[in-house]
Design a protein around this ligand. Structure first.
Ligand SMILES: [Ca+2]
Ligand SMILES: [Ca+2]
Ligand SMILES: [Ca+2]
Length: 215
């Protein structure tokens, strides 16, 4: 067995696998600025320069560390990425899998920076090609999703999550659309480490050679 990380709690939500539970890699992202403007045009026209703080897609990786209703932060200290109008981001779990819990508890949590979660569509994938829609979240502070409700179980291992701004949020002055701080698998399983696989092979080889030596 792999050593399990100790549980940590973010915004009252417990993650049994600690920081491992969170997304590890940005696979893809597309940010749309309002009115078909390019990034340059948007900042030249209506967006505040300070909104550039929300242009770094890597801000969605790792444990939740940005602003929320109970934790107002200065813009310079924030670490979340705004999707823009209809924009999306795809992240990958590399040292863990998102799985079902075999009950109706939340399995996935999207940490959105703000009071109420801005509307977004959520999808998950095992291979990054075939996607299952988990519908839309937003309008409340609850950003958890029970993936068992979509027919999955603890045997279904997902590596990819894609969130897409629903196009109905506010976009006028930067930090536009849903602002993603972190994406965490409440129901998380370890990915077997290559090192421990090699360890198993080494033990197997040792046993085999011992058996041969005895003959
Ligand atoms: Ca992880
Ligand atoms: Ca569940
Ligand atoms: Ca963050």
């Amino acid at each position: 067995m792999t050593q399990s990380a100790s549980a940590v709690t973010f915004r009252g939500i417990e993650f049994a696998q600690g920081e491992t539970s969170f997304a590890d890699e940005v696979v893809d992202y597309t940010k749309f600025y309002s009115g078909g403007l390019s990034q340059e045009e948007a900042y030249a026209k209506t967006w505040k320069a300070s909104a550039q703080a929300f242009d770094d897609p890597n801000a969605v990786l790792g444990a939740a560390n940005s602003s929320w209703k109970g934790n107002k932060m200065a813009i310079a200290d924030r670490d979340d990425y705004s999707l823009g109008n209809g924009g999306s981001i795809t992240v990958k779990f590399t040292d863990n899998f998102l799985v079902g819990s075999n009950d109706d508890k939340d399995d996935l949590w999207i940490f959105e920076a703000g009071g109420l979660v801005e509307g977004m569509l959520v999808e998950i994938s095992q291979d990054g090609d075939n996607w299952a829609s988990l519908g839309e979240i937003g309008g409340t502070q609850h950003a958890g999703i029970d993936i068992d409700a979509f027919g999955f179980t603890s045997d279904d291992t997902f590596s990819f999550v894609r969130v897409t701004d629903n196009g109905k949020n506010r976009y006028n002055q930067g930090w536009a659309g849903a602002d993603i701080d972190a994406i965490g698998a409440i129901s998380s399983q370890d990915v077997p480490e290559p090192a421990s696989m090699l360890g198993l092979l080494a033990v197997g080889g040792f046993i085999t050679s011992s058996v041969f030596k005895r003959r």
